[in-house]
Design a protein around this ligand. Structure first.
Ligand code: 13P
Length: 252
């Protein structure tokens, strides 16, 4: 059986003192639990949070990364730089990157390959707009994002990839997909992985759900057979709202 994975995407929130304090609280609260946990603070706080997470059971994640190696790329941060300060995993293709920063599937694919070449794990985000859902193309949109996003990824490398299905209309809106709605898409995502990488790979890959997940709805969502955890935004900004979701993930 696949074990669960709960990740907190802090987005562009917090100040340095708050980031350090939250990381300390999470290390303390989760230290006795045998699960897979990750937090992704803003770039400028990664180094400070890295010091707190050292030796803990919480992975350090970045929220994005450059598609290229070190060089003349003003404002960009490379996989090597992230590795250098202790980052283990990177969130790529988040809908806020796709829509606010015009990131294409092709650019996201270059980032995925760059991350893997440099030994970082990847959480690849996919998901549909509400306008796409109502015309019935959710599964097609997700399939394209997977096929393009994972182009050139080998079966060996796939073990470093987690998919996060985040319906865009559910992000930060308080409108969660119902467990059945989420499960239907997540099962189709697993089928797509099976068609590209084979049945065994499809059985192993973790597929998280993201979009207004919180302590009250986590149990029901995490009970679905194809929901292997959560990528949490708003509820990851406080220990009292994030820790219960982490704990829910252990009982499923
Ligand atoms: P919310 O949990 O705030 O809806 O955000 C989800 C998300 O985008 C995580 O990456």
């Amino acid at each position: 059986m696949r074990s669960k994975y709960v990740a907190g995407n802090w987005k562009m929130n917090m100040d340095k003192a708050g980031a350090v304090a939250l990381a300390k609280d999470l290390v303390e609260a989760l230290k006795d639990f045998d699960g897979k946990f990750m937090i992704a603070p803003p770039y400028v706080y990664l180094d400070a949070v890295a010091q707190i997470l050292k030796g803990s059971n919480i992975l350090l994640g970045a929220q994005d990364m450059a598609a290229t190696d070190n060089g003349a790329h003003t404002g960009a941060v490379s996989a090597k730089m992230l590795k250098d300060i202790g980052v283990q995993t990177v969130i790529l293709g988040h809908s806020e990157r796709r829509y606010e920063f015009y990131e294409s599937n092709r650019l996201i694919n270059r980032k995925v390959l760059q991350a893997l070449e440099n030994g970082l794990e990847v959480v690849l985000c996919i998901g549909e707009l509400f306008s796409q859902r109502i015309v019935g193309v959710t599964e097609d949109v997700c399939e394209l994002q997977i096929r393009d996003g994972l182009a050139g990824v080998s079966n060996d490398q796939l073990s470093k990839i987690t998919i996060a299905y985040e319906p865009i209309w559910a992000i930060g809106t308080g409108k969660t997909a119902t467990p059945e709605e989420a499960e239907k898409v997540q099962a189709s995502v697993r089928e797509v992985i099976g068609r590209i990488f084979g049945k065994e790979a499809a059985g192993e890959i973790k597929i998280l759900y993201g979009g207004s997940m919180n302590a009250s709805n986590a149990d029901e969502l995490l009970a679905q057979p194809d929901i292997d955890g959560g990528l949490i935004g708003g509820a990851s900004l406080k220990a009292e709202t994030f820790v219960p979701i982490c704990k829910s993930s252990l009982t499923k």
